[in-house]
Design a protein around this ligand. Structure first.
Ligand SMILES: Cc1cc2nc3c(=O)[nH]c(=O)nc-3n(C[C@H](O)[C@H](O)[C@H](O)COP(=O)(O)OP(=O)(O)OC[C@H]3O[C@@H](n4cnc5c(N)ncnc54)[C@H](O)[C@@H]3O)c2cc1C
Length: 176
């Protein structure tokens, strides 16, 4: 649950400060790391949704054949495969930039925004493929979907990441 926390007239002793960090660099570095973790983590959720939908539609028969044999279902499976793998490739490239020490914060914004959006789309489509079972907790898809809705907001809302990307492409910080 999100709640309000108000701190008034709080004074901390020198000993409570991080020894090597001054200003906002510490918290912003921490956020950058957490957001980087998110852009990779949501790929796992998306992949689990895709694999669940694939298994379900291969097992479940309607009109004498598996749901996976219908063209509309295969279209959805193809969309899921594209989104999951595109997100994974994005995470891989961003990880390589990080390893090389060349990662910029707007690239983390790009990855977080793109991959959370992709994972949500995958979860929503996978949910439809499970029919009524898709909204139960008997399968992991709905749980991922609800969780991904929160990920859209935390570690920087989609709007904030859009502004970060907007600044990178225009040179104009619209959030100030
Ligand atoms: C499950 C969960 C866990 C969380 N965990 C943490 C945590 O561990 N640490 C932490 O610090 N925070 C955490 N948050 C808080 C989260 O980061 C905030 O909810 C988020 O920063 C948005 O702030 P707000 O809810 O006050 O939205 P508001 O400030 O009320 O904003 C509402 C909407 O307006 C948009 N908006 C605001 N300003 C602008 C603007 N200038 N231009 C365009 N759009 C704008 C926002 O992007 C948002 O979509 C968590 C949130 C959730 C849901």
């Amino acid at each position: 649950m999100t709640s309000e926390l108000v701190l008034e007239r709080v004074r901390l002793p020198e000993a409570a400060a991080f020894p090597e960090v001054r200003g906002l660099r510490g918290p912003l570095t921490c956020l950058g790391e957490a957001r980087f973790g998110m852009l990779a983590g949501v790929v796992g959720a998306a992949r689990n949704c895709y694999e669940t939908a694939l298994r379900y539609t291969l097992d479940r028969e309607q009109f004498g054949e598996p749901l996976a044999g219908f063209q509309l279902t295969q279209r959805k499976l193809a969309d899921l495969v594209v989104e999951v793998n595109r997100a994974a490739l994005g995470a891989l490239q961003i990880s390589r930039l990080k390893d090389a020490g060349r990662l910029h914060h707007h690239q983390v914004s790009f990855g977080k925004m793109a991959n959370v959006r992709a994972a949500l789309e995958v979860a929503r489509t996978a949910r439809t493929m499970l029919g009524g079972s898709g909204i139960t907790l008997g399968y992991p898809v709905f749980r991922h979907m609800a969780n991904l809705e929160t990920v859209l907001t935390y570690e920087g809302t989609e709007e904030m990441h859009a502004l970060s990307i907007g600044q990178a492409v225009t040179g104009i910080p619209a959030f100030r």
